[in-house]
Ligand binder design. Structure first.
Ligand code: 1GP
Length: 245
């Protein structure tokens, strides 16, 4: 089970290092190269998805990725259209920080039959957007207001409610390309209060920042843009600092 693999990896290494790949920025050929490089760099899993997807080559891209990458490829879908049988699991997310019924439950209803059919492992995830200094694509596309970054109590209550609803992960996301990542204090308080494993991402640009998020208590740290823009440059360093144990 991939959920257990993530928890076990975080227990052994400190935190999991997840790379977010955007289907629109990756060709199947580029994915084959990226998969091999990230496998070698010690990446624990790849998240695959985006808020608004234009690409129609998702199955081919994931299949190419998996030629070189032998650890889990997990879908991180912006909508019901991003379900692919080629992946190993899906973050089955509800945008609990927002009050947009479409992303709280409607997309999930549309996606559920495809997920069942695909046999993907569905990981019930409370997805929370956190204010990050500028308007991100995730906030814009979701028509939702992010949680203020200096209000950890709001995030804590959302995560606890999600846990009581049966969700098994809390994803605190400043949004891709965020100006400021989620504050360390919010990560540690949400993890401690809710008891949910915390995934954190958005705007993490250096291995040092990634290490801080890991040490603050994130079960997994997600890096997208900072690696993508530079062809995976420094991936080994991120792995070393996130795996602080
Ligand atoms: C966004 O958490 C991810 O959902 C990653 O963000 O691209 O800014 O690293 P970045």
């Amino acid at each position: 089970m991939i959920y257990e693999y993530l928890l076990k990896t975080a227990r052994a290494k400190g935190s999991c290092f997840l790379v977010l790949l955007d289907p629109d920025k990756l060709s199947p050929a580029g994915a084959a190269r990226a998969g091999t490089a990230y496998q070698k760099a010690g990446v624990d899993g790849i998240l695959f998805g985006t808020s608004l997807m234009l690409s129609n080559a998702v199955d081919r891209t994931i299949a190419a990725l998996k030629r070189g990458f032998k650890r889990p490829v997990i879908l991180f879908p912006g909508s019901a259209y991003q379900v692919s049988k080629k992946a190993d699991a899906i973050l089955f997310m509800s945008l609990v920080s927002g009050r947009n019924p479409n992303l709280l439950i409607e997309e999930q209803v549309k996606a559920a039959p495809a997920v069942r059919d695909s046999r993907l492992e569905a990981i019930p995830t409370a997805y929370m957007l956190v204010e990050s200094g500028k308007l991100t694509a995730a906030a814009y596309m979701s028509h939702s207001v992010p949680i203020p970054s200096d209000k950890p109590d709001i995030a804590k209550a959302h995560a606890l409610a999600a846990r009581y609803l049966g969700m098994r992960l809390a994803y605190l996301d400043a949004g891709s390309g965020a100006q400021n990542p989620v504050p360390d204090r919010m990560i540690s308080e949400v993890a401690g209060y809710s008891g949910l494993p915390v995934v954190v991402g958005g705007g993490i640009r250096t291995p040092e920042q990634a290490a801080q998020k890991a040490r603050a208590g994130a079960m997994a740290v997600v890096v997208g843009n900072a690696l993508e823009k530079r062809g995976g440059f420094r991936a080994e360093e991120y792995a070393r600092t996130i795996h602080y144990k």
